[in-house]
Write a protein that binds this ligand. Structure first.
Ligand code: FE2
Length: 219
């Protein structure tokens, strides 16, 4: 399936939005200002920081830009962004984002549930991607919680592959309160995004921007 050709076409977006917005948004857990996690930060260019892969990655997830079907409980969420080369400017077409996350209650699912909340998507010729999902829930490790997050492995040869996690502004479990401790880096401002509310086709959802910069080969 030629997902890269399909990812940002108007028809594809309308089709996904129709499915995505079929379920009304529930009580929204995060209220964030429209902040974009910029690859270049304040004039600085650096590769996006890696983070712990964790134990829940499953290879073989299907190619799709909507990893949450309409019946998936939770607040609708769209993440948009670009995958860029080490210069923070060159768009990387055909980069693959292998994405997985917990459900709204903080539980992971797998192949037996049609790879629920998992998927692989590719950037378009401008290096852009769009991910349609729900906001993940925090989950407990011992007597503490991990902040809400989305895992991803980003690949584009010959650049260095990136395994990382995306976080959300205002989450009370971000580091130093993260149950993951020093193994995770949830205090990296470059991977903590703000969300803003959008309305389309009679529905509402939260939206955020996340640009990803890959490192030089071999880094
Ligand atoms: Fe996780």
């Amino acid at each position: 399936m030629m997902v890269e050709r399909d990812v940002l076409s108007r028809r594809a977006i309308l089709r996904v939005l129709t499915l995505f917005l079929a379920r009304p948004a529930g009580v929204l857990a995060l209220i964030g200002r429209p902040v974009v996690a910029r690859a270049q930060g304040e004039g600085r260019c650096a590769a996006t920081q890696a983070d712990l892969e964790g134990p829940f990655h499953v290879p073989g997830a299907p190619s799709r830009i909507a990893i949450a079907p309409p019946e998936e409980p939770g607040d609708r969420l769209i993440i948009r962004g670009r995958v860029l080369g080490p210069d923070c400017a060159t768009p990387l077409a055909g980069a693959v984002l292998d994405v997985w996350q917990a459900d709204a209650q903080g539980s992971y699912h797998g192949p037996a549930e049609q790879y629920r909340l998992r998927g692989r998507l590719q950037t378009n010729p401008e290096g852009r991607y769009e991910l349609f999902t729900i906001k993940p829930g925090a989950y407990r490790i011992g007597d503490r919680f991990r902040p809400a997050h989305i895992h991803m492995i980003v690949t584009h040869r010959p650049h260095a592959p990136l395994t990382t996690q995306l976080y959300f502004e205002g989450d009370p479990y971000l580091a130093p309160n993260d149950a993951c401790g020093a193994a995770c880096k949830s205090d990296d401002f470059g991977r903590i995004i703000g969300l803003r509310k959008e309305e389309k086709m009679g529905g509402e959802f939260w939206a955020g921007m996340f640009d990803i910069v890959l490192g030089q080969p071999g880094t």
